[in-house]
Design a protein. Structure first.
Length: 172
């Protein structure tokens, strides 16, 4: 998926997940960490949005480990959460980054390449619904975000909080 798709899916996933984690979903810091998490796995691709902004690190990761290797695995999520927690980060910040990161992995699993979630093991998981950058990608993203919005407003507990937020601060 493209960076824009990862950001949209990451934000929608965070807004749906935050109430379940008892964390403020619309806190600007949490939203920023959810976006960062949704882009971070592509640090292993020097031509990605985050890869272009993190050279030479992205070039080194790509040359040693390749794209969709360790940064696209469950091991990376666990390692990142442990690293942040050890560094003193707590609560919503770690949760938002992890949810954004996981949303990236879930979105990439919808492409034909799939993911090696159990890296370094060779097994690949995926449900090939669209190719990265294809005309089908926005359709898949819209369906995912629509489903997350529906679930959040009807089941996730975030609906009333969002409505109260919009009533206090306006929709814009």
């Amino acid at each position: 998926m493209m960076a824009r798709s990862h950001v949209v899916i990451g934000l929608a996933t965070w807004i749906a997940a935050a109430p379940l984690l008892h964390v403020a979903s619309l806190d600007p810091v949490h939203l920023c960490f959810a976006v960062a998490g949704s882009l971070l796995p592509d640090m292993d691709h020097p031509k990605s949005w985050v890869g272009r902004r993190s050279r030479p690190v992205s070039t080194l990761i790509a040359s040693v480990l390749g794209h969709r290797g360790i940064t696209h695995s469950a091991l990376a999520v666990v390692g990142l959460v442990m690293l942040l927690t050890h560094a003193g980060f707590r609560g919503g910040v770690v949760s938002a980054l992890a949810v954004g990161y996981l949303s990236h992995l879930a979105a990439d699993m919808l492409t034909p390449q799939g993911l090696r979630l159990a890296w370094p093991l060779p097994w690949t998981w995926g449900l090939p619904l669209c190719r990265t950058g294809s005309r089908m990608e926005p359709v898949v993203v819209t369906a995912l975000v629509g489903g997350l919005a529906w679930w959040t407003l009807t089941h996730g507990g975030g609906g009333p909080a969002l409505i109260q937020h919009w009533a206090r601060h306006g929709q814009g």
